[in-house]
Design a binder for this molecule. Structure first.
Ligand SMILES: [Zn+2]
Length: 281
């Protein structure tokens, strides 16, 4: 399944959400994603008015002279689940060579995979690579690398080697670009980061994998893929979702239904996902 890129603005920033993949969720997927309390998740899933997708949404931001991408999708490493970001960029007349800055939220393959092509060459040959310093420090520890699946460790080494001369670990105090910062969102991975965009009084909170599906909005303590530190991930999710709802922030969520952009709206004691539309305030 595919879909055309969606364009929107955050103040002076021109933004585009591009679909790396769009997958329609079936009940069997829900059973794998939520192995505990499965009946309750299935009941919520069946009560939805339509189908639910699980996507990989890539945000492109034009910020003055910079053209940034936040995460890079799955790339070509897994032939059973290839990413489509490069085709999407070319079709939208946004060639990969024009990307100046790659911003990675965390070191999972569905976010890093698009950095290199089948031969291990950089997919974005002119871009510097910005990564969260806490995440980089974690995954480059010898004992952590030794504990990875050998194929994953080899893929990680290829990625680092391909970008050795322009890999920039950043903490939350340093701007990625004017108006663009990392925000700590640890839990889903040890150094997982959200990204905050601020321009002309407008803001966008890119949550990356702090939340995976709108079904979680009224069960914030639970998550499908927070294997490592579930308590920290739940605390992060609760804090960021509450802040976004209270402040009416425009939000982007990497795995939400494409384009993954919208608002968390509170109705009584329930939260609902309101997808962005061009006429939304
Ligand atoms: Zn992910």
């Amino acid at each position: 399944m595919t879909s055309a890129p969606v364009r929107f603005r955050v103040g002076e920033f021109a933004c585009v959400s591009l679909p790396d993949t769009i997958e329609t969720l079936l009940e069997e997927h829900l059973q794998l994603m939520f192995p505990t309390d499965t009946d309750r998740w299935l009941a919520a899933f069946r009560a939805l008015p339509g189908s639910l997708t699980f996507c990989r949404n890539i945000l492109l931001v034009e910020a003055r002279a910079q053209r940034l991408l936040i995460d890079t999708g799955n790339g070509s490493a897994d032939p059973n689940d290839p990413g489509h970001l490069l085709e999407q960029l070319r079709a939208a007349n946004l060639p990969p060579e024009s990307i100046t800055t790659l911003v990675i939220t965390h070191y999972h393959p569905d976010h890093l995979g698009g950095l290199v092509d089948e031969s291990g060459r950089p997919s974005f040959p002119n871009a510097r690579l910005v990564v969260p310093s806490q995440e980089h420090a974690h995954w480059t520890q010898p004992d952590v690398l030794a504990g990875l699946d050998p194929a994953d460790a080899a893929a990680f080494h290829r990625m680092v080697a391909a970008h050795a001369d322009r890999l920039t670990p950043l903490d939350d105090t340093a701007a990625i670009a004017p108006g663009i910062h990392y925000l700590s969102a640890v839990g889903h991975s040890p150094g997982h980061r959200a990204v905050l965009l601020e321009s002309g009084g407008a803001r966008l909170l890119h949550l990356a994998d702090a939340i995976h599906t709108p079904l979680q909005l009224n069960a914030l303590d639970q998550a499908p893929f927070d294997w490592q530190h579930p308590a920290a991930a739940a605390a992060t999710r609760r804090a960021l979702v509450s802040q976004a709802a209270a402040e009416g922030l425009l939000v982007m969520a990497y795995h939400f239904p494409f384009p993954g952009v919208g608002y968390f709206r509170r109705h009584g004691d329930q939260l609902a996902w309101e997808p962005y539309t061009a006429s939304a305030p």
